[in-house]
Write a new protein. Structure first.
Length: 153
């Protein structure tokens, strides 16, 4: 499983012109699933996401610009968006191959597990719509963008 986590002051996702998920301070997480991924991978990434210290306090002056706080520490939220294109292979030709992404049924299962695990940890989670064409709006703070693969944890 691969995620791209962006620290945001706000984020929203819409489908067909209707906002279906919105958060304030927290993380916008794009999540992709590979065919070999398991629920254990989703749990590892959820734990890491919730506890990753990439936030300052509400007053960055107190932290001297250091990232000392986790999503749980700041009571932040996650906007989770499924993103099979994170497994694009662009080595050949000009059209990416998505053969490295899990089939939709498995992708939905593992993505759903990731979301449930975050919620079980006490994180408020808003979601996109799996498999839909979505529009994503966010204000990235920093910017801070972290890429994590479950196989690296």
């Amino acid at each position: 499983m691969r995620i791209v986590a962006q620290r945001v002051s706000r984020a929203a996702v819409s489908v067909g012109g209707r906002v279906i998920g919105r958060i304030g301070r927290g993380l916008c997480v794009l999540a992709g699933v590979a065919p070999e991924d398991t629920e254990a991978d989703a749990r590892k990434l959820a734990q890491k996401t919730a506890n990753l210290r990439i936030f300052g306090s509400s007053s960055d002056i107190e932290d001297n610009g250091r990232m000392n706080h986790s999503l749980l520490d700041i009571s932040g939220a996650v906007l989770a968006v499924s993103q099979f294109t994170l497994f694009a292979d662009c080595k050949k030709g000009r059209r990416p191959s998505f053969a490295g992404a899990a089939p939709p049924e498995l992708g939905m299962e593992i993505y759903g597990c990731f979301v449930r695990c975050l919620e079980e940890l006490g994180v408020e989670v808003a979601c996109g719509e799996f498999g839909a064409v979505m529009k994503l709006e966010m204000t990235n703070e920093g910017p801070v963008t972290i890429i994590m693969d479950s196989g690296d944890l």
